[in-house]
Design a protein around this ligand. Structure first.
Ligand code: FRU
Length: 502
C-alpha cells in the first residue's frame, strides 16, 4: 500500500518514539526528531491543541511537517498523528508556521506553504504563500483553493520568498491575519489581511516595520489586546546592539501601543525584550474562555543549538505563561494550572549562606521543580545559585547586588553543536528595586527564571546526566534566603480537583 507523506511521518514517529522518561517532565518535546516554532496554539473541542514545526526524521531542521499534541491541563501532553506534511507543489519545501481557529466546529489551520523551488532557479528559498487545511482535531485536509493568500497579494517591492507565519483571529464577523514580509532593505514588516470566509482575502495594512534597530527580518507576529492596550509580538532575526536586556542574534520583542483601526497601524509602540534568555523564540498566544492570554514559545533559538549527540529528540517549548500588563510592561507567570502538579513542598526560612564554598540545602535537589528564592539579607558581592553542577555540567545564576545583574553561565556538556559566547554566558538586566525575587522552573534540560513575579524572564536550555540533581548556593559574603520549593509531578495534576478560580 502506498503511504502518504503524512502517514509515513506518523508511522516513523510511532516506531521511533523516544520514551517519555527520557524527555522533560512537563514541557512539550517532539516524540522524535526536531521541533521548532509552536503553531496553531488553540482550544478546540475543550482541549488545548498545540501544533509545531516538525522534522521527525532527523534531529536537525528539514522539510517542515506540523507535529501535533493535545492537553487538558498544559502539563501532560498526548502526541497525535502528524497534521500536515509537505506534499503539494505549493508547500513541497515545507509547511511553515501558522495558527488555528475553530470555525463552526471545524478546526482550520492557516499556514505558510513554502513552494517547490522552480527547477534551475538559483534562489535559496522557495516562494512562501498562506494556505489552509481543515480538520476534526486529528485529521486535516488541505484546501483545494490553496494558496489563499498568494504572493501577488504582497504590496509592491516585498520578497515573495519571505512572506510567512499567519496568525489568525476572528473579530466583528470577519477573520483577520497578521503575517510578516521582507522589504527591499531586508527589513521585516507585519502585514494585515482580512476575509469574510477565510478563502478570499484582502490586504488591509502595513501594521509596523523594523527600522533595523530590532533585527532585520521579523518572524511569527502575534497581535492582541491586553489590559486595555494593543500588544504586537515579533521574533527578530539577527539583532545587534539593540540595548540593555537584549542579546545579539535571534530574540523576541513586544511592541506595546495603540492600534489605529482606520489606518491599520500600531501607533507609538514601546519596544522591550520579551525574554532575556538565549533560548526563547517564535512565541504564540491564545485567549482562554476565562479571559487569560496564554503564551508558549520555542525554548531554543536559531544559531544556538546544543544537545547531547545521542539524544534523539531536539527542541522543546517553554512552559505556557499567563500574560498581563503591569505599568505598561508585559509580565509573565507560569500558568496557574502548574500548582496542581506541585508535590513534596519544602519551605525553608532564614537559610544563611556564607563561607565562600558551594553548599546544598537538605531536602533541596531535583530536575523537575518549581523553586522560589527570596533574599532577605545580603552582604555580598555575588550570590550564585547553580543547578546540576559538576566539573563538566551545570547552569549557574550569579546575582550581583551592586551591578544589578544576574550572569547566567552554562557548561556545554556532551553537546553536538557549539554556541557562541553570546549564548554560553548571558547577562540579565534586573528590574529596579532591591533583592529580586527569583522563581526557577526547572525541568530536565531547561531553566526558566521569572524575576519579581515575571517582570523579567530568562529561558535557557542545558544538558546534564539525569543523576546530577544538585542545587547549590555560594556567596563571597553572606546572604539570608527564604526558599520555597515544589517538585512537579504531572500525575498529581491529573488527579487534582478542578480549580474554581482558573
Ligand atoms: C521561525 C521560522 C518561521 C518559519 C519557520 C520555519 O523560527 O523561521 O519564520 O515559518 O521557522 O520552520
Amino acid at each position: 500500500m502506498i503511504q502518504s507523506k503524512k502517514e509515513e511521518a506518523t508511522r516513523f514517529q510511532e516506531v521511533n518514539r523516544v520514551d517519555k522518561e527520557a524527555r522533560p517532565v512537563y514541557h512539550v518535546t517532539p516524540p522524535t526528531g526536531w521541533m521548532n516554532d509552536p503553531n496553531g496554539f488553540s482550544i478546540y473541542k475543550d482541549k488545548i491543541h498545540l501544533f509545531y514545526q516538525y522534522h521527525p526524521y532527523k534531529d536537525i531542521w528539514g522539510p517542515m511537517h506540523w507535529g501535533h499534541c493535545t492537553s487538558a491541563d498544559f502539563i501532560s501532553w498526548d502526541d497525535l498523528p502528524v497534521a500536515l506534511a509537505p506534499d503539494e507543489d505549493y508547500d513541497a519545501s515545507g509547511c511553515f508556521s501558522g495558527s488555528a481557529i475553530d470555525v463552526n466546529g471545524e478546526q482550520i489551520l492557516i499556514y505558510t506553504g513554502a513552494a517547490k523551488r522552480a527547477p534551475g532557479t538559483s534562489t535559496k528559498l522557495a516562494i512562501q504563500q498562506q494556505c489552509l487545511a481543515a480538520g476534526d482535531g486529528t485529521d486535516y485536509v488541505k484546501s483545494e483553493h490553496n494558496p489563499v493568500i498568494p504572493t501577488d497579494m504582497l504590496p509592491a517591492g516585498y520578497h515573495a520568498n519571505h512572506f510567512r507565519d499567519p496568525k489568525v483571529w476572528e473579530y466583528d464577523k470577519a477573520y483577520w491575519v497578521v503575517t510578516v514580509a521582507m522589504d527591499e532593505n531586508e527589513h521585516g514588516h507585519v502585514l494585515m489581511y482580512t476575509s469574510d470566509d477565510l478563502m478570499t482575502w484582502h490586504y488591509v495594512s502595513d501594521v509596523l516595520a523594523s527600522d533595523g534597530k530590532y533585527g532585520g527580518m521579523w518572524e511569527c507576529p502575534d497581535l492582541f489586546k491586553l489590559d486595555g492596550q494593543d500588544v504586537l509580538i515579533v521574533s527578530c532575526m539577527h539583532m545587534k546592539d539593540s540595548g540593555p536586556g537584549y542579546h545579539d542574534g535571534y530574540g523576541v520583542i513586544s511592541c506595546i501601543g495603540r492600534m489605529d483601526w482606520e489606518s491599520g497601524k500600531l501607533l507609538d509602540p514601546v519596544y522591550r525584550p520579551l525574554d532575556q534568555g538565549g533560548d526563547f523564540y517564535a512565541p504564540q498566544t491564545i485567549e482562554m474562555a476565562d479571559g487569560r492570554r496564554i503564551m508558549i514559545a520555542w525554548m531554543q533559538a536559531w544559531e544556538n543549538f546544543i544537545k547531547p549527540v545521542d539524544q534523539k529528540w531536539h527542541g522543546m517549548m517553554t512552559f505556557p505563561r499567563e500574560l498581563r500588563l503591569r505599568d505598561g510592561k508585559l509580565v509573565q507567570a507560569p500558568v496557574r494550572e502548574l500548582e496542581r502538579a506541585w508535590v513534596n513542598p519544602l519551605q525553608i526560612k532564614d537559610v544563611v549562606i556564607a563561607g565562600g564554598t558551594a553548599v546544598e540545602v537538605p531536602g533541596l535537589a531535583g530536575r523537575a521543580l518549581d523553586m522560589t528564592v527570596e533574599v532577605t539579607k545580603a552582604d555580598c558581592k555575588t550570590l550564585t545559585i547553580g543547578f546540576a553542577e559538576s566539573e563538566e555540567t551545570g547552569v549557574t545564576f550569579v546575582w550581583s547586588p551592586e551591578k544589578k545583574t544576574i550572569v547566567c553561565e552554562r557548561k556545554l556538556w556532551g553537546v553536538q553543536h557549539h554556541v557562541t559566547d553570546t549564548y554560553a554566558n548571558q547577562e540579565i538586566v534586573l528590574p529596579d528595586g532591591d533583592a529580586p525575587k527569583l522563581r526557577f522552573l526547572v525541568d530536565t534540560a531547561s531553566v526558566e527564571l521569572f524575576i519579581n513575579d515575571g517582570e523579567e524572564t530568562f529561558s535557557i536550555t542545558y544538558y546534564a546526566p539525569m543523576d546530577q540533581r544538585s542545587i547549590r548556593f555560594k556567596t563571597d559574603g553572606s546572604a539570608t534566603l527564604s526558599i520555597q520549593k515544589y517538585d512537579i509531578d504531572p500525575r498529581a495534576a491529573m488527579n487534582a480537583p478542578e480549580r474554581t478560580d482558573a
